[in-house]
Every structure is written in structure tokens, then in C-alpha cells.
Design a protein around this ligand. Structure first.
Ligand code: DLL
Length: 434
């Protein structure tokens, strides 16, 4: 095993981890207070001084920050070191408003690489592997993060970036890639194309590290079966560093948070109250070791649960469940909360693949939900009566899972655009309609 692999951080006792976090948190608060005027003002506004924060128990005294704060402080307002100490900037995709930018010193990049290396090792990776990185490179953190982690592990790294699916498959077969890193929706598309090209027998993949968007357990099983691999989840966000904030191990029951760098909390998204482990709420992160862009109590909007149940892999790091999606992605349809990942679960359970689109509209003051789902090529030749039965099955299962009626439209194979990065599943036409 390469020498970077600091397993002690992943397996240390709760008390040792707590002592480490207490020390780093107190230092980080002093660093931020001294260098980030924006956050100093927030702390002053709450009457909190750095000396009040002795450790994790005092975290609750600190103010939250959100994407709105980052937008207000854009671009340099949250930078905590001189510009001359920074070496990199990354950015969120900016689909909803002004982009958010995050800065890194070389040490920040090194620790991010270590977090991604842990994810690759947990997925069975070593210096014998060929790691095929099909996350986008550039401002998006997916490509650079997994690339850095793969180098640290000593794996041969294919910096493919996203797109050009046939070329991806050609490199995958020629170079015998063993670990695929991309979004789950792109993994499903690659699997579909490999199947169509009749190349399944030429693929040597053993594992995949998939994240950057919400995906269901059903989608995991679908990809695993299609590619003959084990599919591991990985989570992260640009503001906190990128992929590798948490990662899945062989147990595949949630992602271990790299707690030596990031302290997670779950809060009630309405009241801000901190919830105990096991309760569902909004995930909040405090980064205790990064220096250029050290966010304290950053509200992710991701809805999830933490668990400290012992893990069979031996890691003691707290686990977070698969996020159901961002609270921003949650659709409220006739007053009912709907996550696209719930619909995905129903569709895959009914024998469809994850090629679907949700169209939300408002007609006569009432919300409507249409689920457009592609027929698989095998279903396409089914007789009409059988298709009607399939449609009815989806309508019934959606009704019992969501509690609301949805219209289901079966569309031709290949009629829904495939995604090469994060999938866009929802078309919400309600705009300002009453
Ligand atoms: O998506 C970083 C990343 C790259 C993670 C590659 C994993 C793999 P952003 O573009 O800033 O960063 O988007 C962050 O994506 O707040 C979640 O809502 C969502 N997300 C990320 N990973 C997962 C996951 C990257 N495994 C936002 N499951 C986060 C569900 C995820 N949602």
C-alpha cells in the first residue's frame, strides 16, 4: 500500500477523533475570524468570539452560512489567505444563479487528494488499477479530485473527462480500465452503449465510483448488473472541497465522512436546531483543516441522515446515508414533497431503465406531474395491451409511494437525451403560474 495511506485517521477511536476535531476547530475559528471579515461580522452579530469555541460541543454557537452568503461575498470575500498563497480555483456549475468559486492552497489540494485516494482504496483500488476518470475536468471538481486521488494511490490514471462516449469505450477496452469514475447517470449511459456495441465481454471493469448527483439503490443494482462491477457512492461539494468529503466502503451502506477534515451536523432545515444521529435533516459541514476557503457551518441543502453504527470494514468514521437530493431539487407537487430519486426507484423496480424525465406544470390552479419514461428496446416490441399494463403498474406504484397521482407517458427508446455529467431530470413549467 502506498505510504500516503494514513489508515489511522479512518480507524481511530471516537475519543481520539474528537480530540483532533476539538483542536483543529478552535484553530480554524481563530483563523477565519482573523482573516474573513464577512464571517467575523456574522460572529460579532451573534456576540460570539473565537475564544468561546473550545471544541465540537461549541459548534452550535457559530452562525450558519449558505450559498447566498457565498454569492454575496463573491468572488474573494471568503478567502482566508493572501491570494499569493492560493494555487487553484474551482467552481460550482451555476445552474441556479451566480457561480460559487472555491480557492485552494497547495496543502488544501493535497488533503483533498488524500480524501479521494481513500475513496479509491475503499473501492478496492491500488497501484495495480487503471482508473478511468470520466467526470468533467476544468472548473467542475469531479475530474481534478478523482485524478489527484488516483495519482496518490499510484494507479494508472486515464484523464478522459466527460463526453465522446465511443472514445471512452475504446480506451476502456484498449487500456483495460478497472475502476470507472463518473456520474451514475453517465455510467448507465456507458453501460447501455457498451451493451449495444456488443463489447461487454471486452470490459475489465471491477468497480465504479459514482457520485455528484442523487441516485437510488435500484440504479446501483442496475449499473452493477449491466457492467458486472461493484458500484460505490462518493459525495462532495465544491464549497467544501469537491468529491471525497465522504465515500463508500465494501459494506455499501452509506458513506464514511472524512471527519478528520470535515465535521458534519444534521439540522432541522426550518429551525436550525441540531438533530441527533439517526434523524433526517439538512447536512451542514465545517471544514477544519482547509486554509484558503474554510467554511464554518455551511448549509448544504442536502437532506440526509448520519449513523455511528459500527461498520464491518473497520472504519470508525461516521456514515451519511445516500442523500435523497437537495432540498432545492425537491419538488412540491400539490403540497407533497417529491424527490426525483423516489420516482427512479419505482421505474427501475417496474423493469424500466433510468431514462426518464419529470414534467411539472400548473393547470387550473393545480400542479400536474407527468413522468416520461423510455421503453427499453425489448419492451418496444410488446403488444399494446402489455404496454398498457406496464403503464398502469407504474401509475399505481407511484401513487402508493408518493401519495399523489402522476400521468405516465411511455416514450420510444432513445428519445430522452442522455447526460454526460449531472442528469437534468426535471422540467418545471410552473414559473409564475397561479
Ligand atoms: O458534485 C462534487 C462531486 C464530484 C461529488 C464527483 C462526487 C463526485 P458540486 O457540483 O458542487 O460538487 O455539487 C454538489 O451535488 O451538494 C449534492 O447535492 C450533490 N451530490 C454530490 N455527490 C452526491 C451523491 C460535486 N453521492 C452537490 N449523492 C451536493 C447525492 C450528491 N448527491
Amino acid at each position: 500500500m502506498a505510504s500516503y495511506y494514513e489508515q489511522k485517521w479512518e480507524t481511530m477511536s471516537r475519543d481520539e477523533m474528537r480530540a483532533h476535531q476539538d483542536k483543529l476547530l478552535a484553530e480554524q475559528v481563530r483563523h477565519v475570524y482573523a482573516n474573513v471579515a464577512y464571517y467575523r461580522d456574522l460572529m460579532d452579530g451573534k456576540g460570539v468570539k473565537p475564544g468561546d469555541i473550545h471544541g465540537v460541543d461549541d459548534l452550535k454557537l457559530l452562525p450558519f452560512i449558505s450559498k447566498d452568503d457565498l454569492r454575496e461575498a463573491y468572488p474573494y470575500g471568503m478567502l482566508a489567505v493572501p491570494l499569493s498563497d492560493t494555487v487553484r480555483v474551482q467552481s460550482t456549475s451555476g445552474t441556479t444563479g451566480k457561480r460559487v468559486v472555491a480557492f485552494y492552497t497547495q496543502e488544501d489540494i493535497d488533503l483533498w487528494d488524500r480524501c479521494c485516494a481513500r475513496a479509491i482504496v475503499a473501492a478496492g483500488g491500488s497501484n495495480k488499477d487503471v482508473v478511468h476518470v470520466s467526470y468533467g475536468y476544468g472548473l467542475f471538481t469531479g475530474g481534478p479530485g478523482l485524478n489527484g486521488g488516483s495519482h496518490l494511490v499510484g494507479s494508472l490514471t486515464l484523464p478522459m473527462s466527460s463526453g465522446n462516449t465511443e472514445r471512452q469505450i475504446q480506451f476502456m477496452t484498449d487500456l483495460q480500465s478497472t475502476i470507472l469514475c463518473c456520474t451514475p447517470s453517465y455510467a448507465a449511459f456507458l453501460a447501455e452503449t457498451i451493451h449495444e456495441m456488443g463489447l461487454r465481454g471486452k470490459i475489465k471493469l471491477k468497480a465504479g465510483i459514482f457520485g455528484a448527483e442523487a441516485w437510488s439503490e435500484e440504479m446501483r443494482r442496475h449499473i452493477e448488473q449491466r457492467l458486472g462491477i461493484r458500484a460505490y457512492d462518493i459525495y462532495g461539494l465544491t464549497e467544501i472541497s469537491g468529491p471525497g468529503v465522504s465515500f463508500e466502503c465494501e459494506e455499501q451502506t452509506g458513506m464514511h465522512v472524512n471527519e478528520d477534515h470535515f465535521i458534519p451536523e444534521i439540522i432541522n432545515p426550518i429551525t436550525g436546531e441540531v438533530l441527533p444521529d439517526g434523524e433526517k435533516g439538512e447536512l451542514v459541514f465545517t471544514s477544519i483543516s482547509k486554509k484558503a476557503f474554510p467554511l464554518l457551518r455551511y448549509r448544504t441543502r442536502d437532506i440526509c441522515v448520519l449513523s455511528r453504527k459500527a461498520c464491518s470494514c473497520g472504519r470508525t468514521l461516521v456514515k451519511m446515508a445516500k442523500p435523497m437530493g437537495r432540498s432545492d431539487d425537491m419538488l412540491i407537487i400539490r403540497g407533497v414533497n417529491v424527490f426525483p430519486s423516489q420516482i427512479e426507484t419505482v421505474l427501475i423496480n417496474c423493469g424500466f431503465e433510468a431514462n426518464y424525465q419529470l414534467v411539472v406544470d400548473r393547470v387550473n390552479y393545480s400542479d400536474t406531474l407527468e413522468v416520461r419514461v423510455e421503453l427499453t428496446p425489448e419492451m418496444f416490441s410488446d403488444e399494446v395491451r402489455k404496454l398498457e399494463m406496464r403503464e398502469r403498474e407504474v401509475v399505481d406504484k407511484l401513487k402508493s409511494m408518493l401519495g399523489i397521482a402522476a400521468k405516465v407517458t411511455l416514450v420510444q427508446p432513445k428519445s430522452i437525451t442522455r447526460s454526460e455529467g449531472k442528469a437534468v431530470r426535471v422540467i418545471d413549467n410552473r414559473g409564475g403560474k397561479l
